[in-house]
Design a binder for this molecule. Structure first.
Ligand code: ARG
Length: 475
């Protein structure tokens, strides 16, 4: 049921605003409107408006019956929105005015009471706080699931040895589980940062009005509590112009993407023919339109590639906010597309990465044949000499010359000749060379942060206990 607008009624339509003698230029209208991208805020806008209307009635600022009709109208709007029956109208500029305009159609001029003691400036940033708290929880859930996927891999792949790299040259062998747990460590820091951020998002800006507060006897603490916030901003100018919580979110997301892009890159490399350490599940790979033999690790590539847009949005919003005098400016409307795109990106990237990890297959045979065929036990060989009293620098030099010789002839440790043993490795014997087996090299690194199986098992179990329930204590 729609109520026709009474002549001269206050409506959100720019066309009816008596301050202006002319209608807005069509291109300008499209240029200034945000309803094309802020429509997703509608449920939060309605929640904020319901709390505001209740507060206005409690404080005797508007009649209780009017507040009840406003609230029922807002609930109807939310139902229409959820049913896909409500469409954004460009002439109403943004989601806030669309809600108010529709409310006007539903309940008539009383709709105009809703905006008492409020500005779109505190309203829009309230919506963003509510939205971010909500999506932050969803992202935390996805992050926890990804961490669990890595823990599952560390469990399933326990005992497999892979080459560890520095400079992308095989350096020292490590347990594959140790490698997966390195990503767990990174993502646990991301988890901690997200929860630290939650503390700062949790303040309500409502009551700041346009910038200075409002002369009405409002109760910002009540609306904050009703909407589930732990408190109210301390300063109205800051409340309407703060976008720190969005920049922090983008910075958090950027760092998550740094981590996932490194993982993505390793999965691309490791699934290549040249490395061949693992195979992606068919459900997470695509083919080439031209080359029939190709199976491309697209998911891993896109996880890596999507870091670009996330970093870009962080830089974008920092630039929007830099140098802006207090308080609100339309520049800030630019926060939304950046933040929404990053939320959408992470909501896609995190689950797909977890799925890819859960389904990939490690080629144990290939890895077993591969490790130990390089000279990655060279440090341990030098260390054996050191244990027999050879100064480390001299040991390093001797082993280096030996490796150069072996490499030229494609020989491994086992193929060292007696005279070489005597020339470079004295006083070591052939038995000592057993300690260069990858298992021995890995097993010797027994510090709590090292790659020895006992240590990795302990690290895995500690992490498993931390993640046994949905919300481990932030580290
Ligand atoms: N659409 C605006 C935004 O996204 C809402 C606030 C507008 N406030 C104003 N005074 N023009 O930031």
């Amino acid at each position: 049921m729609t109520t026709p607008l009474p002549e001269g009624a206050t409506t959100p339509s720019r066309a009816r605003n008596p301050r202006f003698a002319k209608a807005l230029d069509a291109k300008t209208q499209a240029f200034t409107a945000s309803v094309g991208f802020d429509w997703r805020l509608l449920p939060y806008d309605v929640a904020g408006s319901i709390a505001h209307a209740r507060m206005l009635a409690r404080q005797g600022i508007i009649p209780t019956e009017a507040a009840e009709r406003i609230i029922r109208g807002l609930e109807t709007i939310l139902e229409e929105y959820r049913a896909g029956q409500l469409l954004p109208r460009l002439e109403w500029e943004d989601v806030h005015m669309n809600v108010e305009g529709r409310l006007h159609e539903l309940i008539g001029p009383e709709a105009g009471m809703l905006h008492t003691a409020r500005s779109r400036n505190d309203q829009v940033v309230l919506d963003m706080h509510l939205y971010m708290k909500d999506r932050g929880q969803v992202l935390a859930g996805h992050l926890a699931d990804l961490i669990r996927a890595l823990l599952d891999r560390a469990e399933a792949d326990f005992g497999i040895i892979v080459p560890g790299y520095t400079h992308l040259q095989a350096a020292q062998p490590v347990l594959l589980s140790h490698h997966w747990l390195a990503y767990v460590a990174m993502l646990e820091r991301d988890w901690g940062r997200l929860h630290d951020w939650f503390k700062r998002v949790d303040y309500s800006p409502l009551g700041a009005g346009a910038l200075s507060g409002t002369p009405y006897p409002t109760d910002p603490a009540w609306t904050a509590k009703t909407l589930g916030f732990q408190g109210v901003y301390a300063n109205s100018l800051d409340a309407v112009s703060d976008r720190d919580f969005l920049i922090e979110f983008l910075a958090w997301a950027a760092l998550v993407m740094v981590h996932l892009s490194r993982l993505g890159e390793e999965l691309v490399l490791w699934s290549s023919h040249e490395f061949g350490y693992l195979r992606m599940d068919d459900a997470y790979s695509t083919g080439s339109s031209m080359m029939p033999q190709k199976k491309n690790p697209d998911v891993a590539e896109l996880v890596r590639g999507k870091s670009g847009r996330v970093f870009g949005h962080l830089m974008g919003l920092l630039t929007v906010m830099k140098g802006l005098p207090l308080a609100y400016h339309s520049d800030m409307q630019e926060d939304k597309e950046a933040v929404f795109d990053v939320v959408d990106t992470l909501e896609a990237v995190l689950p797909v990465t977890a799925g890819m990890l859960r389904t990939l297959v490690v080629d144990r045979a290939r890895l077993a044949a591969r490790v130990g065929r390089d000279y990655s036990a060279a440090t341990d060989l030098a260390d054996l000499l050191v244990a027999r009293g050879v100064p480390f620098r001299e040991a390093h030099h001797r082993v280096g010359q030996l490796v150069a010789q072996l490499e030229r002839e494609g020989r491994g440790w086992r193929e060292i000749r007696d005279e070489e043993l005597k020339q470079w490795l004295s006083p070591l014997t052939r038995q000592d060379l057993d300690r260069l087996a990858p298992e021995a090299v890995v097993g010797a690194r027994r510090q709590p942060l090292g790659t020895a199986p006992d240590q990795v098992r302990a690290a895995l179990e500690t992490a498993r206990r931390r993640w046994a329930n949905e919300t481990p204590t932030a580290r």
